[in-house]
Write a protein that binds this ligand. Sequence first.
Ligand code: SF4
Length: 211
Amino acid sequence: MRRLFDTLIAAYGPQHWWPAHSVEEMMIGAILVQNTSWQQVAQVIARLKQEQLLAMAPLRQLPAAAWWQRLRPVGFFRVKQQRLKALADFMAAYDDQTEALFQLDTLSLRQQLLAVPGIGKETADAILCYGAHRPLFVVDAYAKRLFSRLGWCTTASDYDSIQQLVHRALPADPDLLGELHALIVEHGKNHCRKQPVCIGCPLLFCPAYER
Ligand code: SF4
């Protein structure tokens, strides 16, 4: 795992995630990016920022229909509006103060986030790692695909077992775990795609590379 990290960072450099100017923006982005690419999300975030709507209060106050057109570029816009509203309702209990929410210990915080409709393990751990700076590795489709090709898990492995694989191998360092996730995404876009582009792949230790 350490060799994977060292190789990827040498190949792609630091990724500077999460690309957000505030924790609130990061949390909203984590929901918007579900099942879509960051390009679409960045476009929507820029517009919301321009309209001064990138905050929890407007998500509660504006009617759903007012959001649909704005969220359309990220896909599943009705579902995502409901999820953002659920997140904003949840944050109301903390006066929209992420500092207050992040007073909770990691386990309680994770449980609370997972209880919000539309927040699954991947989104919760992204908020925990990049927003609350907790040492949790975010497992996504890119990580699962890469690790299974490296022979470290199977395509049937579940979220928790893949996460444990990383947590056992690396120090509990949010910066390190966050960087690894970002690097795996970058690698998944450049080389380890659904149809892998193994020529030029920096991971010379991958069994598929030799083939
Ligand atoms: S060698 Fe191919 S399968 Fe292995 S990590 Fe690189 S791109 Fe993915």
